[in-house]
Design a protein around this ligand. Structure first.
Ligand code: SAM
Length: 392
């Protein structure tokens, strides 16, 4: 495959709504020619940046390397084109592999059948050349190949991440409706918090948001707790370069002087959060309390409150109207001087908060279109704040 100095295009996939923060993260890593796409960001890379992207990016789900593009209008045409690549230069018979196909447009309708035909082309080539074939392992393959088809445009992409990057390696247990780690990190970045004030999640469930906040504040690389990546199985894996990148990134870990707090009314949730916080080695940096939000008194000095309250199908048993009223009451009573951010798919319930949002963003939590809203909780009334602002 590539030599270490070769540059090539990479595509970082993400959650819908996080493209801008992913692009900003890439800029910070020094990436060039950054281009925002739908649920993805493309950029120029070399091997070093590809390793850094996998290790450091908080809002990428996978880093893909396109290897070839061609046209095909049916499965046989696809089979022929895939057969043209020399697959033993990408992985060996002893390694397992998997194909992820995403198809749209009028020519290909079944992603599974498409993946099967690509697999056949690869397996047949190995068998013809070597008299033996590599095995497929859907769950935990050494080598993952992406097949993206839009109408007759086919792209084959090597998956340098392997398992999705939201699998950080610190979260082994979850309570109800846990938020995806990539989305949690993305919300923190979207909020604009610069790790220069307190951070509170008063509905922390399994603790994902406070853990991602602490990792961001302390500059702990997103994949600090992961030990496997797809590129490690590639023939050109440069172990020395990889260790260098990890050690450079780890040297930049720093202390954080403000408080990071997670609380939840559920004892089970707090037990799970405690476990996850410990696995992330953050038990000295995150304070956890079992408390309903209405009793949660945040540290003085102001900061960010970021909550992921119940909504949507997964938690339909809740009385959402009363709950969102209670969120609004708690904000007004206890969170003066805080900037509160709430993610929810339930527009009616959000209205019950009874405060005017100063910013509204759209993000997706899985299939659910959500609003991510900011409420500024001022000292005194909104009217008094406006009058103060006008005087200054
Ligand atoms: C969608 S879950 C949060 C998931 C969390 N972000 C995670 O990653 O695991 C909503 C959480 O709100 C908590 N909750 C509901 N009502 C609450 C209240 N009045 N005070 C505090 N927590 C509450 C629930 O116990 C639940 O853990």
């Amino acid at each position: 495959m590539e030599n270490p100095n070769e540059t090539f295009r990479l595509i970082a996939k993400t959650v819908s709504g996080l493209e801008s923060v992913l692009a900003a993260e890439l800029e910070e890593l020094g990436a060039q020619n950054i281009e925002m796409l739908t649920r993805a960001v493309a950029f120029d890379s070399d091997q070093k940046l590809m390793y850094q992207a996998n290790y450091c990016l908080r809002t990428a789900l996978r880093i893909l390397k396109p290897i070839v593009q061609f046209t095909a209008k049916d499965e046989d045409g696809l089979y022929d084109q895939v057969s043209k690549l020399h697959w033993h230069t990408y992985f060996s018979i002893e390694q397992t592999f998997a194909i992820d196909a995403v198809v749209s447009g009028k020519y290909f309708n079944h992603s599974q059948y498409t993946a099967l035909r690509v697999k056949d082309a690869i397996v047949d080539q190995f068998r013809d050349r070597f008299g033996a074939r590599p095995s497929v392992d859907i769950a935990n393959p050494d080598f993952r190949l992406g097949v993206h088809i839009s109408n007759d445009q086919v792209s084959l992409l090597l998956d340098s991440s392997g398992d999705s990057l939201h699998k950080r390696g610190y979260r082994t247990m979850v309570d109800k409706a846990p938020i995806n780690e990539v989305l949690a990190a993305g919300l923190i970045l979207l909020s604009g918090w610069k790790a220069d004030s307190h951070f509170v999640d008063a509905m922390c469930g399994s603790g994902t948001i406070p853990i991602e906040a602490a990792m961001y504040a302390m500059n702990i690389p997103a994949a600090y707790f992961r030990d496997r990546f797809g590129f490690m199985s590639w023939p050109d894996f440069d172990e020395k370069l990889w260790h260098q990148i990890k050690s450079d990134a780890n040297d930049a870990i720093r202390d954080f002087d403000f408080e990071i707090i997670g609380s939840d009314r559920s004892a089970k949730a707090i037990d799970i959060a405690r476990d996850n916080v410990r696995k992330a080695h953050l038990h000295k940096d995150i304070k956890l309390f079992r408390k309903p939000m209405e009793q949660m008194i945040p540290p003085t000095g102001g900061g960010i409150l970021l909550i992921n309250p119940p909504y949507g199908e997964r938690l339909e048993e809740e009385n959402l109207v009363a709950l969102y009223q209670l969120i609004g009451d708690s904000l007004k009573k206890h969170f003066k001087g805080y900037q509160a951010w709430v993610i929810s798919s339930d527009l009616q319930a959000i209205k019950m908060i009874g405060l005017k949002p100063s910013s509204k963003l759209i993000v997706y939590n899985g299939p659910l279109e959500c609003r991510f809203m900011r409420f500024d909780v001022f000292e005194g009334s909104y009217k008094e704040k406006k009058a103060r602002d006008n005087r200054n």
